[in-house]
Design a protein around this ligand. Structure first.
Ligand SMILES: Cc1cc2nc3c(=O)[nH]c(=O)nc-3n(C[C@H](O)[C@H](O)[C@H](O)COP(=O)(O)OP(=O)(O)OC[C@H]3O[C@@H](n4cnc5c(N)ncnc54)[C@H](O)[C@@H]3O)c2cc1C
Length: 476
């Protein structure tokens, strides 16, 4: 893709606000097409190695481990970045359900060896992308630069230097807002009546807790910790489903796990009801005893770590003429229960990059981007909300595993015609989210019909014609 010019967008015309994972990846894709890009980030440079030690992450309580899946990987591959990222990934082959007292049930995600998802620290991934951006001569990367306002019509950006406390105005030709769920670029559009936005908050918050490795595992990033360093199975996403709430844990390369408690803000039980250290210990002991046993400083972590909000961002319009466009969480933040927020933001970058190369103007590019992307982002937002119920409650039901097994059998016997919805979302980037949602709903009806007739056990071989008829009937 190098050297291919973007039609009617003159080189040097892009400014990106936010060097989070989405902003940094977008800058690299544009630079790969011969564009010069100014990338502005409000935080200090995160490449200081001390900023991503498990200890630093534990102290800040912002470790956020991501599940990276096929959509995110496709975008990283397009930018030629997978070789930098691969060594820091821990594959997770399925969900490992904990009943809290030590009984475990493993539910595989896919059925092919490559159908796994990967755990990686968001901070580390961001740092790798920032390093790649810093090495690219076409990217002018500036830290401690907070965007405070955007005059879209005049093409002027107001920036505050977070170190000096000074303010300055800078002009821009095309501005991409990749500044996350609290986007200042989006807020500027809202203030000027160019769009409307509403953040629909979930009634449940989250809190992260570090589960330490069994023993000091040496330098993070040097290599994966030996298996023995992990207190739980390393190649799984651990879930303690409790109906109304849940704890999850994702592995880190250093032998530790990042656990996240998702719980109601108010009511019983809730973050509000866990008022002191005794209540916290008792709550964990009762519901997540095997996790509580491996977090010796549970009470201290619980008190020190922030309680984060979650929600779905609805933004009426993502672009204004050919001058400003929003992408990633700034345009469509979602709840994290399908592990797709970042994967979706990376997919935005791929599409925007392709459209910038094929459409005649930036204005047309942004129109096409929003037109094509909106049904998909709406679909993943809805599926992510549904997945919260499935993760914290549905997986415990007697029928869940057998229904999943029947779906896997149909996928094996009718390849291409039946693909479980989770697999479409996580392992099939060629299937847009909206199509996965639509096909998923039709497939549920096929499962219902087969389950009603044969139960959810193995399907008799002679049922092939019946299955084919059902698939035909549902247009699958
Ligand atoms: C608990 C939790 C778990 C998650 N798990 C997953 C998962 O498993 N898989 C997955 O795909 N996604 C997951 N996500 C979602 C994922 O973290 C986000 O979708 C992703 O970080 C969005 O990337 P972004 O670059 O758009 O925004 P951000 O990561 O928010 O980055 C925005 C950047 O812009 C900068 N910025 C903000 N304001 C300004 C300003 N005014 N001026 C200049 N710079 C600014 C910020 O400092 C930041 O660097 C999870 C989220 C949470 C909260």
């Amino acid at each position: 893709m190098a050297g291919r010019h973007l039609a009617r967008v003159s080189p040097g015309s892009f400014t990106i606000v936010g060097a989070g994972p989405v902003g940094a990846l977008m800058a690299l894709l544009l630079a790969g097409r011969g564009q010069r890009v100014r990338l502005l980030e409000r935080r200090a440079d995160p490449r200081d190695p001390r900023s991503d030690t498990p200890l630093a992450r534990a102290i800040s309580g912002r470790s956020i481990n991501l599940a990276l899946a096929a959509r995110g990987i496709a975008a990283l591959e397009q930018a030629g970045l997978m070789s930098r990222v691969a060594a820091h990934l821990v594959p997770m082959a399925g969900r490992l359900l904990h009943d809290g007292r030590g009984d475990l049930t493993f539910l595989r995600y896919g059925q092919r060896p490559q159908e796994v998802i990967y755990s990686i620290s968001r901070e580390l991934l961001n740092r790798l992308l920032i390093q790649a951006a810093a090495e690219h001569e076409a990217i002018d990367l500036q830290f401690c630069q907070r965007c405070v306002d955007v005059d879209v019509a005049a093409g002027v950006l107001q920036l505050r230097d977070e170190e000096q406390g000074s303010r300055r105005a800078e002009s821009f030709q095309v501005l991409l807002g990749a500044d996350g769920v609290g986007s200042a670029v989006r807020e500027a559009l809202v203030r000027r009546g160019l769009t409307r936005a509403h953040h629909e908050l979930l009634a449940h918050d989250y809190k992260e807790l570090m589960i330490p490795a069994r023993r000091a595992a040496g330098a993070l990033e040097a290599a994966h910790a030996p298996r023995a360093a992990y207190v739980f199975e390393p190649h799984a996403l651990h879930i303690w489903p409790q109906g109304g709430h849940m704890l999850i844990a994702l592995p880190n390369t250093d032998g530790s796990f990042t656990a996240t408690l998702f719980l109601a803000r108010e009511g019983e039980p809730s973050f509000g009801s866990l008022r002191d250290a005794r209540a916290v210990r008792a709550f964990f002991q009762q519901r997540f005893a095997d996790a509580a046993a491996v977090i010796p400083d549970l009470e201290a972590q619980f008190a020190a770590h922030p309680q984060g909000r979650l929600g779905t961002l609805h933004c009426e319009r993502w672009h204004f003429e050919g001058r400003v466009a929003l992408l990633g969480d700034a345009a469509h933040a979602i709840v994290p229960f399908h592990g797709q927020g970042l994967n979706c933001g990376f997919e935005d970058c791929r599409l925007l990059d392709a459209l910038l190369a094929s459409e005649p103007t930036a204005a047309r590019t942004f129109e096409q981007f929003e037109r094509q992307r909106r049904p998909d982002t709406a679909a993943i937002a809805a599926m992510a909300l549904e997945n919260y119920i499935e993760m914290r409650d549905g997986v415990r039901g007697a029928q869940f595993a057998s229904r999943q097994a029947l779906a896997a059998e149909l996928e094996r016997r009718f390849p291409g015609r039946f693909i479980p919805r989770y697999s479409m979302v996580m392992f099939h980037p060629e299937i847009p989210y909206a199509q996965a949602q639509r096909r998923g709903a039709l497939q549920e009806r096929v499962l219902d019909a087969l389950g009603a007739r044969h139960g959810f056990g193995p399907l008799p071989l002679e049922s092939d014609p019946e299955v084919l008829r059902l698939l035909d009937e549902h247009g699958l």
